[in-house]
Design a protein around this ligand. Structure first.
Ligand code: IMP
Length: 427
């Protein structure tokens, strides 16, 4: 049975975690295929808030097996911490429920130090990474000098490889004593011991489960605009969160890719540097962002940084729909738009005097893009209690329909709050 794929349609933080949580209820397997603990997925169940960085949101459903695919970069120490935290919150995590690809790459303290050093060296041009070592880990992977999760299975050779890796990083950092291999390796060796039972050939596992009809959900991290190829390079992450990354990052063919669902927020946010044509400053941005007192306010789950906020950009959504072939789009956080008299939607860009309907391919042009807005009527009603589509205010329905039309993709589900049941489906 072909897999369902869930992909961020903007710059990450679209609310994929809560949508994955909804879809996981009808899945047997939930698999991550790219990225690492730069991601932060929040799921709210009753009074409990679960924050996950590496483990798919599917872990909250007892019947689901979660897979960390070969396309990921995994920090073993942080993964053990996340497992422990979820376990102490009552989540059942065993090697039967969580499996880690032996082909996934490992993030080491050296990668984290190199990430910080590279950002510092860039100065004003910094990417604004999450400082989790993501870029350097993928750099080592493509440079064919990375460490793979499977190496953790043999403690002795893993210790040697880790020491050699840290010594090499010290050369790159320009100081022989920058990182002490003994001290830094210790925590990793302990984590490796804990993770050993979870290691598996996930390519083989996925192959047999897909062939035997398992219902698979592939949970994307980050978003289309942060994709190493399709995002606004170089202000991107180092992996492929888009649909192509699914096949590479889990190891199965295109015929096993079924429904592709995009997740987009009802307005735009971005953390880190890079162009954001609809970015706002002042009262509207502050209102979209919130004050940080609620966990759903626009502050990074991983870094706590305030997110840049602005009106919805349908050029971005249309582009994401084209790159990923969305079958449908889920629009999240519609409730945040309640109370605006008017809402602006970017429908195209003006780039140096010419109208552009498709996302510009170069940073020079994208950096110069000015939004061309369409103004829509807002709504005053609080929609957080709405559960039937027909109870959404007519102006909210008109907004959803216009966005769907502009991104040439149906929207049949919206979220109106952080809780599990605050999803409204078109009937
Ligand atoms: P990195 O992935 O830590 O290298 O960061 C590269 C860029 O992607 C930075 O702009 C980050 O803020 C952004 N980024 C990475 N992961 C996420 C995410 O999960 N949500 C939003 N932005 C992210």
């Amino acid at each position: 049975m072909p897999a369902t794929v869930l992909i961020g349609a903007q710059w990450g933080d679209e609310g994929k975690g809560r949508v994955a949580d909804w879809l996981a209820a009808d899945s047997d397997i939930v698999a991550r295929y790219a990225g690492g603990d730069n991601a932060g997925h929040t799921v709210y169940v009753g009074t409990q808030v679960y924050k996950m960085h590496l483990i798919p949101s599917g872990i909250l459903h007892d019947h689901v097996v979660c897979v960390l695919g070969n396309g990921m970069v995994i920090n073993p120490v942080n993964l053990v911490r996340e497992i422990d935290e979820l376990k102490s919150a009552g989540v059942n995590i065993t090697p039967e429920r969580l499996i880690i690809s032996m082909r996934a790459h490992i993030i080491t303290p050296a990668h984290i130090a190199l990430d910080a050093a590279s950002e510092k060296a860039r100065g004003d041009q910094k990417i604004g990474t999450t400082l989790r070592g993501i870029g350097p880990a993928y750099l080592d992977k493509t440079g064919r000098q990375g460490l793979r999760a499977g190496q953790m299975a043999d403690s002795e050779t893993f210790a040697d490889a880790l020491h050699a890796h840290i010594k090499l990083a010290n050369v790159k950092l320009g100081r022989e004593d920058a990182l002490d291999p003994q001290i830094h390796a210790l925590a990793y060796l302990e984590a490796a011991e804990t993770l050993k039972p979870y290691l598996r050939d996930t390519t083989e596992y996925m192959h047999f489960r897909l062939k035997s009809g398992a219902r698979v959900l592939c949970e994307g991290a980050q978003g289309t605009m942060l994709d190493i190829d399709h995002g606004d390079y170089p202000f991107v992450t180092s992996s492929s969160p888009t649909v192509g990354g699914v096949m590479v990052g889990l190891g199965f063919g295109a015929r096993y890719v079924g429904r592709v669902i995009g997740v987009g927020k009802a307005y735009s946010t971005r953390v880190g540097s890079g162009p954001m044509p609809t970015e706002l400053e002042g009262a509207i941005a502050d209102r979209l962002r919130g004050t940080g007192t609620n966990f759903w306010d626009e502050f990074g789950t991983t870094t706590g940084r305030p997110r840049r906020c602005g009106w919805l950009d349908t050029v971005v959504l249309r582009y994401a729909a084209a790159v990923n072939g969305f079958d449908e789009l889920v629009l999240t956080k519609l409730d945040i738009l309640s109370g605006f008299d008017e809402i602006q939607v970017a429908v195209a860009y003006d780039v140096n005097g010419s109208r552009r309907d498709f996302l510009p391919a170069t940073l020079l042009e994208y950096g110069a893009a000015k939004p061309i807005y369409e103004t829509m009527r807002g709504w005053s009603e609080d929609v957080s209690g709405v559960r039937n589509w027909s109870d959404l205010p007519p102006a909210a329905q008109a907004y959803i329909d216009r966005v769907a039309e502009l991104c040439e993709t149906p929207i049949n589900t919206v979220s109106v709050g952080p809780e599990r049941e605050q999803l409204v489906h078109r009937t």
